[in-house]
Design a protein. Sequence first.
Length: 158
Amino acid sequence: MNTLISHPAPAAPGKAANTLSQRLLRVLTPLADLLLRAWVGYAFWISGWIKLNSWDSTLYLFRFEYAMPLLPSPVAAVLATAIELLGPLCLFLGLFARSAAALLFGFNIVALVSYPELGAAGLEQHRIWGLLLLALMAHGPGSWSLDFCWAHFRRRPD
């Protein structure tokens, strides 16, 4: 029998590397998105947790240290603590992540304005957090997030 056996052509060297890099990016990009959300969320979560666990000190700070002219100090303390606990939770889960990042970005600015004695190191930390939150707002939470799962679920045809 005279049959022709077809063998796939060998891949070009650049193409194989390109495929490997694409596979790596498919794994590393969502991992980087998750780590970014976790890192910036952790900073705010710890601050909110400390406020919650030392409530008397929190009320004192909001009354005498932080310059919050628009809200009574107890209301500002409750609001700040809620934002610092709920915002990071949304970031960790990737749920309403862009909105949570925008909320924390605004909160970050308010923190800078209301506490002018922050110091150079604190100012630099707030700048980094602000840039990371801007990146989250622009890029989104990535594919390892509840936002992504929800969008994927909504696109499925019935």
